[in-house]
Design a protein around this ligand. Sequence first.
Ligand code: ATP
Ligand code: MG
Length: 261
Amino acid sequence: MIEIKKMTKVFNEGTINEKVAIADLDLKINDGDFICIIGANGSGKSTLLNCLSGALIPEKGNIIIDGKDVTLLSQNKRAHGIGHLFQDPLAGTAPHMSIEENLALAAKSGQWLSTISEKDRRFFKEKLARLDMGLEDKLSVQVATLSGGMRQALTLVMNTIKTPRLLLLDEHTAALDPETADKVLKMTRETIEEKKITCVMITHNMQTAIELGNRLIMMNDGKIILDLNKEEKEKLTIDDLREMFRKRSSSELDDDRMILS
Ligand SMILES: Nc1ncnc2c1ncn2[C@@H]1O[C@H](COP(=O)(O)OP(=O)(O)OP(=O)(O)O)[C@@H](O)[C@H]1O
Ligand SMILES: [Mg+2]
């Protein structure tokens, strides 16, 4: 169980630019939950994930992972294996290293491997073959030469090669072309289901949020305004979701990217 208790994250506190990005937020993430988060621009979705990963430390409240309070622990001290993918497909890989070197780093939790064995290579090939992008034949190719979609797919493999305690996906397919986005999303879903990974995914695609996972959370103004379980969310249409947002936030869902999807 991962628990967020009364968490508040403020940027530029005490200045004219003060912004309460997360306001007194409570959330329990059960083991095996696959949560989709939607909400307007600036509602605090990325900040919530950054607090969970340890990239940001909240001003108030607690984050408890498996009974241990990790609130003040920085990212690298949070030894729980938290995977984090971002919108930028170039963010998660080391461009001047080869595919197999990137994978070896991920497999050994960042420790440098002086030699990669044939057994390692077979293991990497098997993982890559499942992406259906031909990467299994490019193990020694420099990552900088790959397309954005290939790099994002590789980043997903790297973040799940050792089953993470928690996988955080911050619109990780938003910058990809529709076909590649579908491929990466399919692979995301399969990996999560197969390894039973606990996952929190931000998406601007309301249909994706309805279809994927077992929970749908809607955020507005640093708060959770809706938290639906699988049965509740699967009945919904996009129009229902819009209406729920309007009722609970007293505003329209003014997110251009979301309306398009
Ligand atoms: N490093 C920062 N410094 C100052 N303000 C920030 C910082 N990061 C986020 N904010 C502000 O906090 C609020 C929440 O931002 P956040 O990025 O979490 O929103 P979001 O829901 O992820 O939005 P989007 O859908 O645009 O990605 C916004 O008002 C944003 O401008
Ligand atoms: Mg964001």
